[in-house]
Write a protein that binds this ligand. Structure first.
Ligand code: PHE
Ligand code: ZN
Length: 851
């Protein structure tokens, strides 16, 4: 599979033709679907002769040009396109073709999830439905008629508003939908099924009535409450914070079980992975509830940042994704806890994006080339993209940022634009030169900042040096422009100054007049997505005194890392750290925040600092530290546990969620003692607690301390929930993450569980995806973990290339592995890449890793 073609941004050309209107008729049958596509097409580039439509795996029935059936010599069917020869400046084209949704396991285009017909067209799925100019800068007005069996598919949905309904004599019926807003084909959607619905309404700020519907498999209606509540919160937030109202009188959401990603923002008809819609106290964890709130909001926010203003081409993906992630992060921060939200967002960025940025798959938030665009829905484009918008927000300040967003909406509404257009609005309304800032869009890798401090004669000097990594191809990259928020504290811990420094040169020096040497608190709020390298550190002091909630957390993490690294070198545990940890245990900080402060550094955080990664060394050291803290602070940890353990509470307010979070953190730490006492506690929690959060926390502990209770509890869990796929995802994840002997064998056996199905991405992610994050067994020295995952990639690639390539990402650590692991992984990577008829998706990832 070496013929995969690379697409370059520099080769972008405006479309030669555009589609004014697209009227579609779908006749849905069990065995096939017939699509009739009527387009009004206009030539934009008068020198163009042939019309080339994207067309993948379509069975052509017939073509009519201006109502005349086309003879075969007037068109050419090419590998992934349909060429209509020698066309006029303006014409009408009708194409009839057949597709086979029930055989579609890639989950792109029109497919079946259980008994529901649904679509996924971003980025290039529409060309699997009907021949089209399938690129986001072609925007058409769509009208869609669905015809299907009335009994099997009573609900027929598409974008926009219902125009008419009709019944046919043969037991079939139809609905016509029309969407007044021109849109690219990737936002087209349809759904047909026998669905349950939850209805609500929203009155916009200007008084418009909007009907809200959430559709799901029948029987799940009661699990849609939280999603509906979140939708209304999001609608209101966007009015208050961005002055944006919803623009149709109907907003539909449909939950389906088989979906490659989280959800999709199709105009007026969002399609969701059911994991981001369905929840109730018995089946969903607190994290699930938070996830639903943020994904529902994310898709809603896309209506303005993505749909009304869309991307010119897929290289601009971060234009809508980075911005929309930033918007959903701010929304979650406003509705929940600001300090916790910021820490969680940074944690996620560092666990996923920093690793990507330091791998052969590193790319700028605006890549300049790709083989498979599906591979670029990455943590970099999304999460680093959001950090870049956040920096703009910091640089401009709330007021000017809002002015710039207004200008962006006013100027580019109904257009397909570039990140440069967005930056133009930011620069103009923000009155700021952003030329250097643009490098964030075009350079890859995480910048490092060397920090040097000096105090002499009443002057404190801060010297900062940017270390910009080379790009993947080895080329040099230039210094960035970014805001760096700092604080200075006196020796009693009092803050004497807080300031946002503007960093643009490779080396910067800042002088402060003080009568004493201050303690530096740096990159407060994580104002820039960089790595700080500080010569002199005062982590213990900052853990106690820092007034910035993020910086305090950061000090706790970095101190923990320092201690674990020193343990890895054979040293003893530093007492100051242990005391600072105890200080936090005793503090009366907000409990959710406190739970985060008590979290020890992750394996991933430690791994990122090693040039040659040796996992065994890392988890032995972490385990040692856990045991030490757990035995020393056992009484306090038990006290916190019993204070906040409230097995009958199922509330979702901040205090109840915080209580679960902190007492489960304490129990987890205590479980490192591997004592029977802790097993008994976890077992009781499993049996008595009503929330899924508590059950999952207890099962995780039971599984990892290999107690006699584990098998019984897991069997009970399986018996109780085996019909509920969303809960079974947790079952598979818990077992795939286990550190107990024999995990790989159990993972292999679990594939035969009646609830498991390789066609459902959520299940594959839970079992195989989770296993790739099980450092102990995925990186087993005998290579057995690598072999298993490579086999799965090869199998699943035949079913769903997108799913397979996301599993292949697990190998991106290759170059940093120790000799033995590297040797084992290499064998598997070579086996995968030489597989016959490998998809370009997997080929792109694996070939970049072994290059
Ligand atoms: N655009 C979707 C989102 O951001 C993500 C997505 C991409 C979903 C591709 C499906 C396929 O929410
Ligand atoms: Zn998105």
């Amino acid at each position: 599979m070496s013929e995969a073609k690379t697409i370059y941004l520099k080769d972008y050309k405006a479309p030669e033709f555009t589609v004014k209107t697209c009227d579609l008729v779908f006749e849905l049958f069990e065995e096939y679907t017939q699509v009739t596509n009527l387009m009004q097409i206009v030539k934009m580039d008068k020198s163009a002769k042939d019309l080339v439509l994207d067309s993948v795996e379509l069975e052509l029935v017939e073509i009519h040009l201006n109502d005349v059936k086309l003879e075969e010599e007037r068109y050419v069917v090419e590998k992934e396109s349909l060429r209509v020869l020698d066309v006029e400046d303006e014409f009408k084209l009708i194409i009839i073709n057949k597709i086979y949704p029930h055989r579609n396991s890639e989950l792109e285009g029109l497919y079946k999830s259980g008994n529901i017909f649904c679509t996924q067209n971003e980025p290039e799925g529409f060309r699997r439905i009907t021949p089209y100019i399938d690129r986001p800068d072609v925007m058409a007005v769509f009208k869609t008629t669905l015809v299907a069996s009335r009994e099997k598919y009573p609900v027929l949905l598409s974008n926009g508003n219902t125009e008419s309904n009709f019944k046919l004599d043969d037991g079939r019926h139809g609905v016509t939908w029309s969407d007044p807003y021109p849109k690219p084909s990737y936002l087209f959607a349809l759904v047909a099924g026998d669905l349950g619905v939850v209805k609500d309404k929203y009155i916009t700020a200007s008084g418009k009535y909007v009907r809200l519907n959430i559709y799901t498999d029948k029987g799940n209606e009661s699990k849609c409450k939280h999603a509906m509540k979140s939708l209304k919160e999001a609608m209101q937030w966007d009015e208050e914070k961005y002055g944006r109202e919803y623009d149709l009188s109907l907003y539909n959401i449909v939950a389906v079980d088989s979906f490659n990603m989280g959800a999709m923002e199709n105009k007026g008809l969002n399609i969701f992975n059911s994991a981001y819609v369905l929840a109730d106290e018995d089946t969903a964890t607190d994290a699930n509830f938070m996830g639903i709130q943020s994904v529902i909001a994310h898709e809603y926010f896309h209506n303005w940042t993505g749909n009304r203003i869309t991307c010119r081409d897929w290289f601009q993906l971060t234009l809508k994704e980075g911005l929309t992630v930033f918007r959903d992060q701010c929304f979650s921060a406003d509705l929940n806890s600001k300090e916790v939200q910021r820490i969680e967002d940074v944690k996620a960025l560092r666990e996923r994006q920093f690793v990507e940025d330091n791998s052969p798959m590193a790319h700028p938030i605006q890549p300049d080339s790709y083989m498979a665009i599906n591979n670029f829905y990455t943590a970099t484009v999304y999460e680093k993209g959001a950090e870049v918008i956040r920096m703009l927000h910091t640089l401009l300040g709330e007021q000017k940022y809002r002015k710039a967003m207004d200008l962006y909406f006013d100027t580019f509404d109904a257009q397909a634009v570039r990140t440069d257009d967005f930056l133009w609005a930011m620069s103009k309304a923000g009155e700021m030169n952003l030329e250097q800032f643009k490098r964030w869009y075009h350079q890859s890798g995480t910048p490092k900042l060397d920090v040097d401090e000096k105090f002499e004669d009443g002057t404190y000097t801060l010297t900062l040096i940017q270390k910009i990594p080379h790009a993947v191809d080895g080329s040099e990259q230039k210094p960035h422009f970014f805001p760096l928020k700092i604080g200075l504290l006196d020796e009693s811990g009092k803050e004497i100054l807080e300031k946002t420094l503007l960093i643009s040169k490779e080396k910067e020096e800042f002088l402060f007049k003080t009568s004493f040497k201050p303690v530096l608190s740096i990159n407060r709020d994580f104002s820039a997505p960089i790595i700080i390298d500080q010569k002199e550190t005062h982590y213990g002091f900052l853990m106690k005194h820092d007034t910035n909630s993020f910086a305090k957390y950061e000090a706790a993490q970095l101190f923990g890392i320092q201690i674990i690294e020193s343990l890895m070198q054979g040293n003893d545990i530093n007492d100051e750290y242990v005391r600072a940890y105890g200080h936090i245990l005793e503090s009366d900080l907000d409990i959710s925040y406190k739970a985060l402060l008590l979290e020890l550094p992750s394996i991933s955080a430690l791994m990122q600092r090693q040039n040659v990664v040796d996992f065994e060394l890392i988890y032995d050291a972490i385990e040692k530290l856990q045991k030490h803290l757990a035995s020393l602070y056992k009484e306090k940890l038990l006290e916190i546990y019993s204070k906040f353990h409230n097995p009958l509470c199922v509330d979702l307010d901040a205090n109840s969620i915080g209580s679960r979070s902190i007492k489960n953190r304490c129990l987890k730490l205590l479980s490192s003692l591997k004592s029977n006492e802790m097993a008994v506690m976890a077992n009781e929690q499993y049996s008595n607690s009503l929330t899924m959060t508590d059950k999952v926390a207890a099962l995780d502990i039971l599984e990892n301390i290999s107690s006699e209770y584990s098998a019984v509890a897991f069997k009970h869990f399986h018996d109780k929930y085996r019909q509920n796929t969303l809960v079974m995802n947790k079952y598979f994840s818990l077992l795939a993450a286990s550190h107990r002997e024999g995990t790989l064998e159990r993972v292999i056996a679990l594939q035969k569980d009646a609830a498991y199905n390789e066609l459902v991405p959520n299940l594959v992610r839970s079992l195989v995806g989770t296993f790739t994050r099980n450092y102990k067994y995925f990186h087993a020295k005998d290579g057995s973990g690598y072999k298993f995952v490579a086999d799965k990639i090869i199998d699943i690639d035949k079913i769903n290339p997108q799913m397979a390539s996301s599993l292949a990402g697990a190998f991106k650590i290759y170059k940093k592995l120790n000799v033995q692991n590297k040797k084992m992984m290499k064998v598997e990577l070579e086996r995968v890449v030489s597989t016959h008829s490998l998809s370009k998706n997997v080929y792109e990832i694996v070939s970049k890793i072994i290059k």
